[in-house]
Design a protein around this ligand. Sequence first.
Ligand SMILES: [Zn+2]
Ligand SMILES: [Zn+2]
Length: 333
Amino acid sequence: MRACLLRATAAIETNPLEYADVAMPQPKGDEVLVRVRACGVCRTDLHVIEGELPPRKSPVVPGHQVVGLIEKQGENARRFAVGSRVGIAWLRQTDGTCEYCRSGAENLCDNPVFTGYSVDGGYAEYIVAPQDFVYAIPEGFHDEQAAPLLCAGIIGFRSLRLSGVKAGARLGFYGFGAAAHVAIQVARHWGVEVHASTRDARHQKLALELGAAWAGSTFDEPPKKLDAAIVFAPAGEIVPAALKALKKGGTLVLGGIHMSPIPSFDYQLLYQERVIRSVANNTRKDGEDFLRVAAEIPIRTHVQIFPLREANCALNALKNDAIPGAAVLRVGE
Ligand SMILES: [Zn+2]
Ligand SMILES: [Zn+2]
């Protein structure tokens, strides 16, 4: 089969993904084999490719927002019928036995397996995954539109949950890429007012089109104090600026897997019971709850589609803020 293979970490400007022929995976035990139709491009893929996350497998096929059809199943896989449309996300497997898994926090598992990082991902024609970590994709979404729901969508949703916002709250977004453009639709559906701070004018425009009450540059202070804010951009220098925009008792959620160092800041920015917390992965319940809500609203993702062989091109565009919404690779005909 064809796949985009990363042999060694490198800057994306050097186009390190090789469009290559690789052996097709075979489903064993409780695994399903999925024929990939679309795979979303996530900033985490960029962190894997550029080595900001230490390599776990090499060579590796990136990609963890996979939508496709079940083609074949292992001998113990019966959850889905062959032909079902399913999604595969970042958290591919957990041990099920550590203290985190046992307490309902499988997103913090001590022995996790990640799609497109510790095992091969969805920048490929086929992928295998254990059936219990596969999601049914609701009808009503095209394959390409569903793909960004699987990480951008789910992580944005978990970030919203951890921000604690309710109807009537004022919420700030720092960075307005794939995750934020989905999260704003959920927040608006909940009756939350959204203020978007992002350096790119195209992203500010998209935020306003999607119902933001205000959009400005990253370091412009929003016109009103915020009940909570979510930082989606991987830039640590945003943290003090975002804290400054929060009300007393406000929560700042850091939504990324990687962030440049956070500069030191005055304790006064944190005092008055402001809270900073990160988001790590998601539970399967987050994913299932989100996909249900996404179909109810319904979420409309803005996608820019690239053929699989042009994954380097999609990632370069992502790095340059040139994607309004989400980049998605189309796989197969
Ligand atoms: Zn565990
Ligand atoms: Zn992701």
